[in-house]
Design a protein. Structure first.
Length: 239
């Protein structure tokens, strides 16, 4: 039913559209099994929300509803990165733009969605445990990180960290920025290491000359070392 509503509504039906988006968020927030839905139904709904955000003409009230509902989907136990990554990829620019939104709730939700997009395996939203142990290594999607950087995410996160927003929002921005900066440095180090190895391999790349002595020459050389003719007894053991 919701899919039919989404497909039939135009952006001018804002009130009905916002209600439909809100209901979709409530559905996406709960496991499919508890709602007697299939996972494919949930991902179709998730895809529909992303499509509306992609096509939305900067109507902030609609974008707010969309981001909050998408956030419910990405932080649900049914979340599947393989299925969701192609859905999030086309809306990266919109999400990065909303990281600079005037509404702190929208900013936080956008950061969390982008964190899910960039970090398939693990996203930490709490910082309390950092004082107890080193942060767990987070695997970052190279394509997602590249897309977010090109959309200006790092500048947006830096502005939040040094701004006057809510503490929770600044902490989320700092966490995601730290993960992405660490990943970028690691990739640069790996590239430099590989380049250094390549230079080392090419450094001794000149022609190598091998000298092969003939059999007769080796025998004569051996005789000279052992001593021949006069004085041979001085170099030849008595036994």
């Amino acid at each position: 039913m919701l899919m039919k509503i989404f497909l039939s509504l135009s952006p001018s039906h804002r009130a009905v559209l916002k209600e439909a988006i809100h209901v979709a968020g409530c559905i996406l927030e709960h496991p499919a099994q508890s709602l007697s839905l299939s996972l494919s139904d949930k991902f179709s709904l998730f895809q529909a929300l992303a499509k509306i955000l992609q096509d939305n003409n900067n109507q902030f009230d609609i974008e707010t509803s969309l981001v909050l509902s998408l956030h419910c989907a990405t932080h649900n136990c049914d979340w599947d990165y393989i299925e969701s990554e192609p859905i999030l990829h086309p809306i990266t620019a919109q999400l990065v733009r909303l990281v600079r939104a005037p509404d702190q709730e929208v900013v936080l939700a956008s950061i969390h969605i982008l964190a899910r997009y960039c970090c398939p395996e693990h996203v930490t939203e709490e910082r309390e445990r950092e004082s107890e142990r080193e942060r767990e290594k987070v695997r970052v999607s190279e394509r997602a990180a590249k897309t977010c950087r090109e959309a200006g995410l790092m500048d947006a996160l830096d502005d939040i960290q040094y701004g006057t927003g809510e503490e929770e929002v600044r902490e989320a921005a700092t966490l995601l920025a730290d993960v992405l900066y660490a990943d970028e440095e690691e990739r640069e180090t790996e590239t430099e290491t590989e380049n250094e190895r390549e230079r080392e391999r090419n450094k001794g790349g000149g022609d190598t000359v091998f000298h092969f002595a003939q059999e007769g020459e080796r025998e004569r050389e051996g005789e000279r070392e052992r001593g021949i003719g006069r004085g041979r007894h001085l170099t030849t053991p008595a036994w």
